[in-house]
Design a protein around this ligand. Sequence first.
Ligand SMILES: *Cc1c(COP(=O)(O)O)cnc(C)c1O
Length: 437
Amino acid sequence: MTEFEVQGIPVTELARDYGTPLFVYDGDVLVDQYQGLRRRLHPKLEFFFSLKANPNVSICALLRAQGACAEVSSLAELVTARRAGVRPADIVFPGPGKSPGELAACLDEDVFAIICESLGELASIDQLARLRGKVARVALRINPAFTVKGSRLTMGGKPRQFGIDEAQLDELDDLATRFPGVQLMGVHVYMGTRILSEDVVAENTSRIIELAERVAARLNFPLEMVDIGGGLGVAYFDGERDIDPAVLADKLNPIIAEYAARRPETRLVMELGRYLTALAGTYVVRVRYVKTSMGQRFAITDGGTHHHMAAVGIGSFAKRNFPMRVLNRVGETPTESWNVAGPLCTPNDTLAKDIALPPVQPGDLLGVLRSGAYGPTASPVLFLSHGAPAEVLVQRGRSYLIRDRDTVDDLLRPQHLHDFSALTVPSQPTDPDDRRN
Ligand SMILES: *Cc1c(COP(=O)(O)O)cnc(C)c1O
């Protein structure tokens, strides 16, 4: 009977040392995902890690050490990327609702590009830059008129809160005179997430490059950056297959090479979140109880969808399961059908439904695989006041705690208890008309 290991460390040891529920990341897988693309894709294409997918500072530092730049969308993500060692010249900052504080931080840190999503934001950037006696480096996020089918969540070609419609660019004609504090220097387009087709990535890229050149020519600014977004997916469900970096290189590299030859001064940026981190992460939970209900088997675990909302599979017609294993007995044949539920008091707290597993017992460790992206940070970690799980990164055969598990005190500390006893309604009503019954 074998057990799941991360770089030679048995999962039972990790569960013993750090407790469950636990997120475990394999640093080798992070490096492999990054380098698998880096080795094959044209060197002109730069990889910006989207911290949204996994904002842990050590994950960012590990990817930084491989050469990744950063795409951030909040002040805390910006500070995280800086702490992880990413230079401001390697940071871009998109986001439809940036605060004045976030814009000020972009200006004070001199990030490579503020990615502007609306005309109103452009006016704010201009004002803040002029207050500082600076000229802001701004890329325009465009909501293109086209859409390319193939991403699971399309962002372009329809009414969206993101970016500026291609058709609205006319309103930007007198931009240089209206906004002297702004230097336009790039174009950004993000077409959507979970793209699993190499053809779609290639087609998106050539259309975005074409659009960027059109925008830069129309508004007459030097194209220092074209950010092609990204949205590369990983396979989670039956019938899906992973992107093949070699196939992607075959389709994408000629497009990059042609553009790089024509405009060697332009930085070409690809944003990668899910693709870099998803495969590296396993959500490890321990089975507390097993039971049956109306003929179906249930395993109740100590972790649930408050750490892994994506496992619920909301949005799809039928629930589709993330890959799951009994980690302490990986060799065993799955012979039984199980429902795996967490500790929350809602039927939605279902990590897997009707999934084939070997016989499960209390004490077993279950793992939701491919869970390194959009885990706790994209989940309701405060639901039922359970808080965030511990997170561990294994690198060179050693395990490192990269996030503490929330304690009860961590959850209660930000709350304020006020004494309302003096405001309590008197038990004797003062108005005799109220004395009913
Ligand atoms: C969410 C997001 C990303 C990352 O998307 P993935 O599909 O995880 O790679 C990149 N860029 C922008 C603008 C985003 O909103």
